[in-house]
Design a protein around this ligand. Structure first.
Ligand SMILES: [Zn+2]
Length: 92
């Protein structure tokens, strides 16, 4: 089996991407990434179990993104008020 896309990249990284899409041959590092790829790119080829796995992975991804946004917002608020208080203390 020859894969020209993988041949150019680092061999160690290519070996770790061992979750292969059955429809297009694309490789992924984790099972979740493969499930998400198949749900987005080949939705017509999914069976019931794969569809459930896709919904679960999609919901988990959404929770992770929401959590990241909240933490990012918290850090921005802390930085904003941190610099505001520094300005009040040292510039007055
Ligand atoms: Zn695919």
């Amino acid at each position: 089996m020859t894969d020209t896309h993988v041949a150019d990249t680092d061999d160690d990284r290519a070996e770790r991407a061992d979750h292969v899409c059955a429809d297009c041959g694309r490789r992924f590092y984790t099972e979740d990434l493969l499930v998400l790829h198949r749900g987005v790119t080949h939705p017509e080829a999914l069976d019931a179990a794969e569809r459930d796995a896709y919904r679960e992975a999609y919901a988990a991804e959404e929770r992770a993104i929401r959590s990241f946004r909240l933490r990012a917002l918290g850090i921005l608020v802390l930085l904003y008020f941190g610099f505001l208080f520094l300005y009040v203390i040292y510039a007055s």
